[in-house]
Write a protein that binds this ligand. Sequence first.
Ligand SMILES: [Zn+2]
Ligand SMILES: [Zn+2]
Length: 365
Amino acid sequence: MALILFLAMSLALSFTGPAFCATLDVYVIDVEGGNATLFVFPSHESLLIDTGNAGAAAPRDAGRIMEAVKAAGLQQIDHLVITHWHGDHFGGLAELAAKVPIREFIDHGPNVQPGELADTFLRTTYPQLYASAKHTVAKPGDRISIAGADVRVVASAGQVIKTPLPGAGMPNPFCVNFKPGDNNAEDPQSVGVHITFGKFRTIHLGDLTRNKEFELMCPDNRIGTVDVLLGLHHGQASSNSEVLVYALHPRVAIMNNGTRKGGEPDVMKTVHSSPGLEDLWQLHFSVLSGQEYTVPGMFIANTTDDQQPGMPIAPTPAPAPGPGAPPPPAHNGPAYWIKLSAQQDGSFTVANARNGFSKTYAPKR
Ligand SMILES: [Zn+2]
Ligand SMILES: [Zn+2]
């Protein structure tokens, strides 16, 4: 009887396909300076943070997310976090929900930055999407239930956790040099998620801004250190203060920037001077970096449709925002993700789907 059971189980396991493995896999998907980050756990459960851009870009971005969903062998998204109500984060949601079932919708609550796009979406579309699923308004300290990992909300709706994560809570020496900064009403509302998988730790804070980073990390560091820092608010200077980046002490950072969004010189300086940083990976070349600040191309997943023969050494200043601003370099053709695969022992591999380059980071001593 035991032998039959064993044989039946091995047979069942052998049919679960390529996604059955012992790693936590993270697909950092190119949505052109928006966000879409897909986590696939060994239990086969999935967490997607954000769904890319709105408007004409929504079908493109939903399609790019679906490529990762298929590569991971998923039939559904178990948990979706929309970090905040900006079009580069919830934009592709309706298009994505038409392609794959989403079982739980997690957000910070109502939009606090009045605007036609988000307000119309929240009034007319969103309630229909979660009508046959679960809808959760996240509070700091909440757990997202996923077998074999601790997935914790550390920020939501402008509030941050008050109690340090296990092992964290030491005074943060970088708080004395903090320079405050904020930009708009919704970014500081971002849902931030911290994930512990064995000895591996990672964090994605949406577009959480500097002032909230300070509340989360000062005077005591309530997060501790992480192996990989994800997102970085596209590499924009309204986030990424030293109180966050330095104190998290990431070995690797993966930036969700666009062709002319993020990768800003001030952020590149902070990340590259962060103690213990081994590598920064970028979803895109950014003209805001120039060669002066960019990482080598092997660490960059995407270029542009119309590739330029050379990148200027000096960073290109961002044009004044408004209707007269020229469009950023376009990238609507084939897009590539950066894939992170983490092991329980804390080791992990980062791979660039564009050029096949990958690098394995051994467990910390
Ligand atoms: Zn792109
Ligand atoms: Zn954003």
